[in-house]
Design a protein around this ligand. Structure first.
Ligand SMILES: Nc1ncnc2c1ncn2[C@@H]1O[C@H](COP(=O)(O)OP(=O)(O)OP(=O)(O)O)[C@@H](O)[C@H]1O
Length: 250
């Protein structure tokens, strides 16, 4: 039996999906999606509604497939919740869907307590994390008083504090100002684990090992970053010349 942590840190994140389907309220959101990839930096691109956020929820084990097989580093994240909690961190697109505690300290402490750290150890680690981002003064701040971008940063810090081997980022820079974005980008560049990064901004995914292009819940392309990005941008610019956006309502 493979040790999931070892497999993730040494050779990147092994992701295997075989004929995965997901139906929500009678609609096929993910359709016979098959993938086999194992890289440390995977970018995910695709149009609005193509299934990127849904895929991130499947990969982090928040939802189950309707059919098909899904494995991350040898385990199924929906069935093995303990492994998923330890190994995979998901940054939601909307921080209001992620934050559940009143203060920043409580929010960051929760994940560490879930991992089994006692109160003192968890608090020490949270304060170190806040200090690493120059936000020590945030510990008693009420999350509801923070701006959208500041909440996003709280969510990212709470994931990073848990030291997962894989972080899935769903539009992590949305709403962040330039210095904060650069700070996060620098941190992510040095992150030794694997990243799956969903973004609409090509600049965010420069130097990524591979890109996955999703289209209507299926793989449109998976491969070399530069090659997939240039095909994607050409297709999107061509579509952008058309005034017909009726497919967005599908
Ligand atoms: N809970 C839900 N109930 C009904 N439909 C859903 C639900 N979640 C997702 N969908 C549908 O699944 C499709 C894919 O949505 P998803 O959020 O994964 O797209 P996305 O690629 O992340 O889009 P965006 O780039 O706009 O964030 C959309 O058509 C969406 O309406």
């Amino acid at each position: 039996m493979n040790n999931p942590a070892e497999e993730l840190t040494t050779i990147g994140c092994a992701i295997r999906l075989d004929q995965v389907c997901l139906e929500i309220e009678g609609k096929q959101v993910i359709h016979q999606l098959s993938l086999d990839t194992n890289v440390r930096r995977l970018g995910v691109i695709g149009r609005n509604g193509s299934g990127k956020s849904t895929l991130s929820r499947l990969l982090s084990g928040l939802i189950d497939t309707t059919s098909g097989q899904l494995e991350i580093a040898g385990f199924n994240p929906f069935k093995d919740r303990r492994a998923a909690l330890r190994e995979v961190g998901l940054l939601f697109q909307n921080p209001d869907h992620q934050i559940i505690f009143p203060t920043v300290l409580e929010e960051l402490t929760f994940g560490l307590r879930q991992l089994g750290q006692d109160k003192t150890e968890a608090k020490k680690n949270v304060l170190e994390m806040l200090s690493a981002f120059g936000k020590e003064h945030w510990q008693d701040v009420h999350c509801s008083t923070l701006s959208h971008g500041q909440k996003h940063l709280v969510c990212l810090m709470s994931i990073v504090a848990m030291k997962p081997n894989l972080i899935i980022l769903d539009e992590p820079f949305a709403g962040l100002d330039i210095p904060t974005k650069r700070q996060l980008q620098r941190y992510l560049d040095t992150f030794s684990g694997s990243l799956i990064h969903i973004s609409h901004d090509p600049d965010d995914l420069q130097n990524y090992d591979q890109l996955l292009w999703l289209e209507a819940g299926q793989v449109a392309a998976l491969g070399d970053s530069d090659e997939v990005m240039s095909r994607y941008l050409a297709a999107m610019h061509e579509l952008g010349e058309s005034d017909d956006i009726s497919d967005l309502s599908s």
